[in-house]
Write a new protein. Structure first.
Length: 659
């Protein structure tokens, strides 16, 4: 409908111009209109598209969108990053990991914004002409510990690790290229962060400062429970939300764990031998070819003259190297690859798939000692030198049979587990409001939980993922069977809500005694706060803490060596107040203030003295670390400001509804 309407408008406008205008001005107007329509209207008519990104970052062109450069963050890319972050936090926090808090829209937006910042930096780097060569990517890959065995890059481990993560070498190469580009941009700023030794010492003195305090306790007065009915009802009316029952659900569920994977597996020797042949690369070191290269850099977008000049230079270098291969390392000093030129162009052992098809075709056609003709790759012309062959070795089947059998049994158990899980899901798909078919399909019992809330439960409901699924809209409101909830590898649950009790406000008659107690505590707290304020005011007017102590009959309690951190979280407001107060100065007493205690009472405190560490006695390495830390903080701030400035010059479209 929109396209048809737009086309009719175009037709009407053009006809009006033809009917009512003539001369060169009309022709100029007609030309501009046709140009605009050709650029926008026709494109929209012929190329309708449905956007499906989570975010899109665009560097606007200079005129009518011409020259726009953009990068999109796909929904799948976001979900992959989100799950990766979830796994990392779960590993770091262990049992304290809060799955519900992680799933909040605010956290999703935070992770997406990080991805947007990375896209912004990549586009900014492209604007500045920063590029990452193939050699830099390969060098970074070779240094990743996960791809190494005995401290050296292992091609088999590299391929297996990528396969386990669902990546191809080409896809991972692109990820590494983008990561290097991002780190290079940020590194320029982090590397520029600087703090002097004196500033580092000041940071240590501030962060490790200790304070000696004196305080007087202001306890809660005896609770007055003599409030009348009308007052209780009035107070209850303004505090109803304090007297609510939490929303609860009860679920029935089918639990699938490792016991569902049968252990009566019979291992076929021929199957193990077949797996050995298929996975031989895992059980030894493959044949390796050691090579070097010389790069004459020229971008793919270079003009014909620059391309011809680069090729001519590469051809001349290739001829010199072919005439005297032993001089290749000296010739590599002219290479544009900063990562390898000082090492004679050394690329180390080379496996197929690292540098791409064109590189492999040329390099693996060489014989030991040979030098190739120039090879065109995305970053320029390469001259390749095949230096030597390192023979491979494979462990015999008998030596690795136990490993293969263990791997085979594990994969078979996983396959059986997945088969059973799929049967459960298929049954749930056919009868979405009953779990009995799923239980029957899996041969598992149908279980029932006790009632639980969004934040806590017992048994199966003590697991965050279970509670989150039970309170999701489609499961709670529609009483549908949940999706498969993975608790841990080979442990999953399907559930359905069978009872739901909404939250409600408890009636006054039911909580009268609780209301009376809460009102009494509030009254007592106000009395204690008023007394703490009055004592603080006396101190600020010049009375000493000793004089106040004698007049009210409460002792002074000294606390020595208070630090900025406390192992008791409830006392953090007290510590914060202690470090907010002014330090003593010559004959002037330290600052005074008050803070509430966990039991509702107050303390009035005064700073007696401040202890700062003598940085000259510290280990020089600790002082250097403090200066480095402060420099990194500054550099991070600079990098953040740089990213902010880049974002201002770009258009950022966030599709929160797709997260």
């Amino acid at each position: 409908m929109t396209v048809l309407f737009f086309a009719e408008c175009q037709s009407f406008m053009l006809q009006s111009i033809r009917d009512k205008s003539s001369g060169w001005i009309a022709k100029l107007i007609l030309f501009v209109i046709i140009l605009v329509m050709a650029m926008f209207g026709l494109q929209q008519t012929l190329s309708p598209s449905t956007e499906s990104y989570a975010a899109k970052v665009t560097v606007p062109g200079k005129f009518l969108g011409i020259g726009d450069r953009s990068e999109t963050i796909g929904v799948d890319d976001f979900r992959r990053r989100f799950e990766l972050t979830r796994q990392q936090q779960r590993q770091q926090l262990g049992e304290s990991f809060n799955a519900a808090a992680f799933e909040t829209p605010e956290n999703k937006r935070k992770i997406l914004e990080q991805m947007v910042d990375e896209a912004v930096m990549r586009l900014g780097a492209q604007q500045s002409g920063i590029t990452v060569s193939d050699a830099m990517v390969r060098d970074a890959i070779l240094k990743i510990p996960a791809f190494q065995a005995d401290g050296k890059f292992d091609q088999s481990r590299y391929l297996l690790t990528l396969q386990s993560q669902g990546y191809t070498p080409k896809f991972f190469d692109g990820m590494m290229r983008q990561d290097l580009l991002t780190r290079f941009v940020v590194g320029e700023y982090i590397g520029s962060g600087y703090a002097s030794a004196a500033e580092g010492d000041a940071l240590i003195r501030l962060s490790e400062q200790k304070r000696n305090l004196n305080y007087i306790e202001v306890p809660l007065p005896p609770l007055s429970l003599d409030a009348g009915e009308a007052e209780l009802k009035s107070w209850y009316g303004s505090h109803k939300n304090d007297f609510r029952t939490e929303e609860t659900v009860t679920v029935e569920y089918v639990e699938l764990d490792q016991s569902a994977a049968q252990t009566d597996l019979v291992v076929d020797e021929s199957v193990l031998r077949q797996r050995y042949e298929e996975q031989k690369a895992q059980f030894g070191t493959p044949e390796q070819r050691v090579g070097s290269h010389i790069l004459v850099a020229v971008p793919e977008s270079a003009d014909a003259a620059a391309e011809a000049a680069a090729k001519a230079k590469a051809t001349a270098l290739a001829k010199q190297a072919q005439a005297n291969p032993s001089a290749f390392a000296q010739l590599a000093a002219a290479s544009d690859d900063l990562a390898s030129k000082d090492a004679g162009g050394d690329l180390g052992p080379i496996e197929k798939g690292i540098f791409g098809e064109a590189f492999d075709t040329a390099f693996f056609a060489l014989k030991p000692g040979q030098v190739s003709d120039p090879v065109r790759l995305p970053d320029g012309w390469h001259i390749l030198h095949y230096r030597e062959l390192i023979a491979g070795a494979v462990r015999p089947f008998e030596e690795v049979r136990a490993e293969i059998e263990e791997s085979y049994l594990a994969s078979e158990k996983e396959r059986r587990f997945n088969d059973t899980a799929n049967k459960m899901l298929d049954a749930a798909g056919e009868t979405a409001t009953s779990l009995e078919p799923s239980a029957k399909a899996a041969g598992r019992p149908l279980l029932r939980s006790a009632a639980f809330t969004r934040s806590a439960g017992e048994g199966i409901a003590s697991i965050d993922a279970i509670r989150k699924a039970a309170f999701s809209d489609d499961v709670l409101k529609d009483r549908r069977v949940s999706g498969l909830i993975e608790i841990e590898p080979e442990h999953a649950v399907l559930l359905r809500v069978v009872e739901h009790q909404p939250e409600s406000i408890l009636p006054f008659d039911q909580v009268r005694d609780q209301v009376r107690q809460a009102l009494a505590v509030e009254r007592a707290g106000k009395v204690a706060e008023a007394e703490a304020k009055a004592i603080t005011a006396r101190l600020e007017k010049g009375e000493t803490l000793q004089q106040v102590s004698e007049s009210i009959g409460r002792p002074i309690v000294p606390v020595m060596g208070v630090t900025r951190q406390t192992p008791v979280p409830q006392l953090q407001p007290v510590v914060a107040e202690a470090f907010r107060l002014a330090k003593p100065d010559k004959d002037k007493l330290g600052g005074s203030g008050y803070a509430v205690m966990p039991d509702g009472g107050y303390i009035v405190m005064q700073v007696e003295s401040v202890i700062e560490p003598d940085t000259t006695l510290l280990d020089p390495a600790a002082r250097d670390t403090a200066a480095l830390k402060l420099g990194q903080i500054r550099a991070d701030q600079q990098a953040t400001e740089y990213i902010k400035s880049l974002r201002k010059a770009m258009e950022i479209d966030i599709a929160e509804e797709r997260l």
